[in-house]
Design a protein around this ligand. Structure first.
Ligand code: NCD
Length: 310
């Protein structure tokens, strides 16, 4: 039976660590064409992205190709959804054509659960949530944790990770907060009032909140800068604060540990939530590694969805 991943809640900590072991092996396969084992040859991945993406969609696509799979990308702008087709019918169509696993991104936070999951179960098709509205982004949280786990040689317990910026509208923040806390990491949020997450959201109940970046970064082991999610603001204006006060840069990271790790899920708006100089500073920035690790984590997750060993 194929498996469907909608949220990090579905995986136990042990399953997460098992995925990391697989992803470590997959990283070796990334290194050169001759090391790729193509263990999933003959299987088919479809990407179906109803929201924009560069690294998530391409990393799913390349992850599948590195495993020897066939890949098909649904071009939503020219697909039959524009003629009124439902997501369920599009997924049935993919299943009928022999697709084994779908990576699905959609702006509707509930649609994976309500519409995609029943169809994928009915047709024994794997499903990997590649981003759901402002709700969840489990594969990003897994690749971020994998990046920190490697950086800290597996020692996550007791570390401090500070997220900075538009936390309220970020699906990356919620999935990360949940997963990091399960591994004993202290999670902090730094944001102006209007970007702080709802305190009743389970992911954020235990996090500490700061409006001042110097307080929130004090002694932090890692800082995660988040893009301003303009597309989710609707008519709510950004007011009552200065965006510059929430910028991650060489000055602000001085409050953190000297070897602080700097993360950003991408896409970055250089000079807004993070400076170009810091994003490109290999002494601190893990942003390039995050992208690379994203391919390995997605190779591991595709194998998980298909119950295969890679
Ligand atoms: C994020 C997303 O789409 O949620 N990007 C990503 O998947 N790497 C973050 C963002 O858009 O700001």
């Amino acid at each position: 039976m194929a498996q469907q991943l909608l949220s990090v809640d579905q995986l136990t900590n042990q399953q997460v660590l098992d995925l990391f072991e697989v992803a470590n092996n997959c990283l070796l396969q990334l290194d050169s064409p001759s090391k790729r084992l193509h263990r999933l040859a003959g299987h088919v991945l479809a990407t179906a992205f109803y929201e924009n993406s560069t690294r998530t969609r391409l990393s799913f696509n390349l992850a599948a190709q590195y495993l020897g799979m066939h890949v098909v990308d649904l071009n939503v702008a020219t697909a039959s959804v524009q003629k009124g087709e439902t997501l369920a019918d599009t997924l049935r169509t993919l299943a009928a054509m022999g697709v084994n696993v779908v990576a699905l991104r959609h702006g509707d936070e509930a649609i994976h659960q309500k519409e995609a999951l029943p169809v994928c179960k009915a047709y024994d098709m794997g499903l990997l949530n590649a981003g759901a509205g402002k709700g969840t982004h489990p594969t990003q949280a897994l690749l971020d944790l994998f990046t920190l786990w490697r950086r800290w040689q597996g020692e996550l317990n007791g570390k401090i990770v500070t997220m900075v910026g538009d936390i309220a509208h970020s699906r990356v923040a919620g999935s990360n907060a949940k997963l990091l806390q399960r591994f004993g990491v202290e999670v902090r949020c730094v944001a102006p009032d209007i970007w702080h997450p709802d305190e009743h959201q389970p992911a954020f109940m235990q996090v500490s909140r700061f409006s001042n970046i110097s307080d929130g970064l004090a002694d932090a082991d890692a800082v995660m800068a988040l893009r301003i999610q303009h597309e989710r603001h609707g008519d709510n204006p950004m007011q009552g604060f200065n965006v510059e006060d929430y910028q991650v840069n060489h000055q602000t990271i001085k409050w953190a540990k000297p070897d602080v790790a700097v993360l950003h899920p991408g896409p970055m708006n250089r000079g807004v939530e993070i400076t170009s100089e810091l994003a490109d500073d290999g002494n601190f920035s893990l942003i390039h590694q995050q992208v690379r690790h994203g391919v390995a984590i997605r190779m591991a997750l595709i194998a998980w969805a298909l119950n295969k060993i890679v």
